[in-house]
Design a binder for this molecule. Structure first.
Ligand SMILES: NC(=O)c1ccc[n+]([C@@H]2O[C@H](COP(=O)([O-])OP(=O)(O)OC[C@H]3O[C@@H](n4cnc5c(N)ncnc54)[C@H](OP(=O)(O)O)[C@@H]3O)[C@@H](O)[C@H]2O)c1
Length: 315
């Protein structure tokens, strides 16, 4: 049991994932959540990270801070993605060990799995084949992070666990069309088109790829549930186990936004991997299942988007 006044440090608390985890912890009655912005505590700086742990002595840590970006950024700056994410993980996981943190949860991403993994992708597919090249630097860093947790547990008995969420969406997402993921990009494109009275919206690819999406507050609930109920060595996939084509997804977002024009598919643009679905039977067996369906989640995400001042949206 995690005491409701336990000191819990959430790294990356302003991000899509970190902010949702703070909401979930507060909803569960946790009152002693420690937060530091990137400018207050640069996690790539080992000395300040260890000073922070020495001063604050957190009992629990959720590592949701990471250098993330879209396909273009990953392809043009692979060195930044492998270095920055590796150093953040090394600093926080080692400090958590040295300062005897009771439990740490590390967040990776489903990009850790081989490009041609068997679908749905179970945890055992890890390191069984070549990675998707577009974000290899990032993926290798994340694999190092989950293996680090596994080996600190094996060598020292640290209760460090890892989870691999599927594609997430919701409040505090990135809506910058250059760097965002597909779902926030669809919301922004249809909303802009509706506001500008555009006759059509052009979307990349053929619309045929199949993808899985999880509302971020659900993902956060799963993380808190794993913190409270799971101490296994192997990482745990977090998803819904349900997939949808990008074409069907675009239709749902178009409807939710209320755009009445046409969708034009630009099949000259890349589709990415044809299918990416996580096997979540392990998570279900541990006793957790999502609550928010895709249509409701997209409506909630759009309502959050409309409620933001233009300047506050990550652009
Ligand atoms: N988004 C998804 O669909 C998705 C899916 C699966 C897994 N995940 C995982 O979830 C984690 C968080 O992703 P996200 O989508 O929440 O990203 P995000 O919205 O960009 O949040 C990342 C957070 O990390 C902070 N950060 C970055 N570098 C830092 C540093 N050097 N020192 C301190 N803080 C730093 C950022 O602060 P600033 O903004 O101030 O720089 C930001 O608050 C990642 O590990 C990712 O793999 C995300």
């Amino acid at each position: 049991m995690i005491e409701k006044n336990a000191k819990i440090y959430v790294a990356g608390h302003r991000g899509l994932v970190g902010s949702a985890i703070v909401r979930s912890l507060e909803k569960d009655g946790y009152t002693n959540i420690v937060k530091r912005t990137h400018s207050e505590l640069d996690l790539t700086d080992q000395r300040v990270v260890f000073d922070f742990f020495a001063e604050e002595r957190p009992e629990y840590v959720v590592l949701a801070a990471a250098h993330v970006g879209g396909i273009n950024a990953n392809q043009t700056c692979p060195a930044d993605f492998i270095y920055i994410n590796s150093i953040i993980q090394c600093n926080v996981i080692k400090a958590a060990h040295d300062y005897k943190v009771k439990k740490l949860l590390f967040l990776g991403s489903s990009c850790i799995y081989p490009k041609m993994a068997h679908q749905p992708i179970s945890e055992s597919e890890l390191l069984t084949g070549p990675l998707e090249t577009t974000n290899e630097g990032y993926a290798v860093a994340k694999i190092a992070g989950l293996e680090m947790c596994k080996f600190f547990k094996r060598q020292y008995g640290d209760d460090f666990i890892s989870c691999m969420p599927t594609n997430l969406y919701g409040p505090n997402d990135n809506f910058n069309l250059e760097t965002s993921h597909v779902l926030p990009a669809l919301i922004r494109k249809f909303d802009d088109a509706k506001k500008n009275g555009a006759p059509s919206v052009e979307l990349w690819g053929t619309g045929s790829p199949l993808r899985e999406f999880l509302y971020v507050d659900d993902m956060a609930d799963a993380c808190v549930y794993l913190l409270q109920n799971y101490s296994g060595e192997e990482h745990v996939n977090i998803g819904t186990g349900k997939e949808i084509s990008i074409k069907e997804l675009a239709e749902i977002v178009k409807e939710t936004v209320g755009f009445e024009g046409e969708i034009v598919w630009n099949s000259a643009m890349p589709d990415g991997t044809p299918r990416k679905l996580l096997d979540v039977s392990k998570l279900h067996n541990i006793g957790w299942k999502e609550k928010v369906g895709l249509r409701d989640g997209i409506r909630l995400a759009y309502e959050w988007y409309l409620a933001q001042d233009e300047k506050d949206l990550k652009k």
